[in-house]
Ligand binder design. Structure first.
Ligand SMILES: Cc1cc2nc3c(=O)[nH]c(=O)nc-3n(C[C@H](O)[C@H](O)[C@H](O)COP(=O)(O)OP(=O)(O)OC[C@H]3O[C@@H](n4cnc5c(N)ncnc54)[C@H](O)[C@@H]3O)c2cc1C
Length: 474
């Protein structure tokens, strides 16, 4: 029997279905809409752009902690049709093309995670989520640009002047949107790192030698350079290869959704002749600046039912393994919590429970991904040690991310193991059993012993210190 996740029990339906308005119809917004519809809530998604513009051509990686959720949601068959499964990572040097070693995913570990590691395009994932969410009755409105929010009244104003309201507002409008700004107070800019990802695609037919290798590898390759790196993996089966070039960036302004205007050859200083072949045939790339953001203290608005999810809550460096996964985990957890909704008074406690459950996980993973970008683009002694460790393990026939605890690579692999194994829906179920039900039972006894009821503040002490965070430097 396959160890991959395939729970197919129908999800619990909320006793009190309510209206959710999701601002932002990207991956986080659509996944959240799907998850909430699955448990019986009514959902409208507002997306600023049209449907074509909201989808990207670039590659997206779906790690096992994400695929297991999508499998729970009944999307396994369609994913198996659209996505490739990766089985290994190949590492090389950017400047010389020297192969440093490889890491074959451990079958046992993957079985434990109950997921697989998949690769497809942003637009393919988008369409899968859109079809599933609208198939279950979610309303998605395109060209609906939210320009103003009133969280206290749960009200959204569009640029047309139209006003919409709901029981709960969900901000899924990305790292630069109005919802993050509403929580922060103002100013949503991150701090530039001087690096960007230049995201592009290369048809395999332009690179016959790589196409053959990639077919054989079943994998992704990573090239480490001095303030440069490349991450590449097959998409559209193996018809195309997604290439993400990490390189210096003087503009700090690029984002996904911008026009692909960058000639890759102009950013690949010092690249090896073998890899330069790729840069020559690559399509123009989208520049996505890598910015550093502090962790947000609050994801829930202090004066109203507005909660932020996905990039709006925790902006990841672009094209990392876990950015998309964390955005979808958010929707999965929110829906699990709201599947227990039976009375209106529970709404605030579920929003704070969501924050409590998600913040540590998303922040830890986000810091790890940021560190991975620095690891790939490191120079000097750190890079020399990393490469020597890999060469030594490869020469011994070992997986290069396995091994000693005293080096970066070993701890990286342990990190992956924990992150991939996490089941966010189980965590939400555990919260309900340990905290949510306890509070409900206590409330049932209220008429007998009113003083024994744990208050919301007992459960979420952080609510007493909610304040609008200063945005200086953000
Ligand atoms: C067009 C596009 C292409 C992308 N391509 C890739 C890719 O190829 N590879 C990759 O790894 N990642 C890509 N990403 C990023 C990826 O989607 C995110 O990193 C991650 O999956 C989480 O997304 P999110 O939904 O939280 O935020 P985002 O992906 O930023 O989505 C936010 C959505 O909110 C909408 N929005 C913003 N403001 C408003 C408003 N005021 N009113 C209504 N709607 C609003 C935006 O138009 C956008 O569709 C892309 C993002 C976009 C928007």
């Amino acid at each position: 029997m396959s160890a991959e996740s395939s729970k197919s029990n129908p999800p619990l339906q909320a006793l009190l279905p309510i209206n959710f308005l999701i601002i932002g119809g990207g991956i986080a917004g659509l996944a959240c809409a799907l998850a909430l519809r699955r448990v019986g809530h009514r959902v409208t998604v507002l997306e600023r752009t049209d449907k074509v513009t909201a989808r990207g051509d670039g590659g997206v990686r779906l790690p096992p902690n994400l695929t297991k959720i999508l499998f729970h949601w009944g999307l396994k068959d369609i994913l198996m049709k659209k996505a490739s499964i990766t089985k290994r990572l190949i590492f090389m040097r950017y400047e010389t093309g020297e192969r440093l070693g490889e890491h074959v995913w451990d079958e046992e570990m993957l079985k434990e995670t109950r997921g697989v590691f998949m690769m497809l395009t942003h637009s393919e994932l988008y369409d899968i989520l859109y079809d599933a969410a609208t198939g279950l009755g979610a309303q998605v409105r395109y060209n609906a640009n939210a320009v103003e929010l009133d969280p206290a009244e749960e009200l959204v104003r569009l640029d047309t002047g139209e006003e919409l309201s709901a029981d709960v507002l969900i901000g899924a409008d990305g790292g630069f949107g109005v919802c993050r700004a509403a929580i922060l107070g103002n100013g949503v800019r991150g701090k530039g790192t001087g690096l960007a990802v230049y995201d592009t695609i290369v048809p395999s037919s332009s690179l016959p030698e790589y196409a053959e290798e990639i077919r054989e590898w079943h994998g992704q390759f990573v090239a480490f350079g001095n303030r440069h790196a490349i991450v590449a993996y097959p998409i559209h089966g193996i018809e195309d290869i997604a290439f993400q070039f990490y390189a210096p960036d003087n503009e700090h302004e690029g984002k996904y959704g911008s026009n692909p205007t960058v000639d890759v050859l102009s950013v690949v200083d010092g690249i090896s002749p073998q890899l330069a072949v790729v840069a020559k045939v690559a399509r123009k790339a989208v520049r996505v600046s890598i910015q550093e953001h502090p962790d947000l203290e609050d994801w829930v608005h202090p004066h109203g039912r507005l909660v932020i999810i996905g990039e709006a809550a925790h902006p990841f460096p672009p094209s990392t393994i876990q950015g998309t996964a964390m955005a979808i985990e958010d929707g999965a957890v929110l829906a699990k919590l709201f599947s227990h909704l039976s009375e209106e008074r529970q709404i605030e406690s579920f929003l704070y429970a969501f924050q409590e459950l998600r913040q540590e996980r998303a922040n830890t993973v986000r810091h790890g991904e940021f560190a991975s970008v620095m690891y790939m683009t490191a120079d000097g002694e750190r890079a020399t040690t990393r490469d020597e460790n890999m060469r030594r393990k490869a020469a011994a026939g070992r997986n290069v991310l396995d091994g000693e605890r005293d080096c970066d690579a070993a701890s990286k692999w342990e990190e992956y193991r924990v992150i991939f194994g996490y089941d966010c829906e189980d965590e939400a179920d555990d919260w309900w059993v340990q905290w949510g039900m306890l509070r409900e039972r206590a409330l049932d006894r209220e008429s007998i012993h009113a003083s024994s009821v744990p208050s919301l503040l007992d459960l979420y002490p952080m609510m007493s210190s909610v304040q609008v965070t200063s945005t200086d430097g953000e």
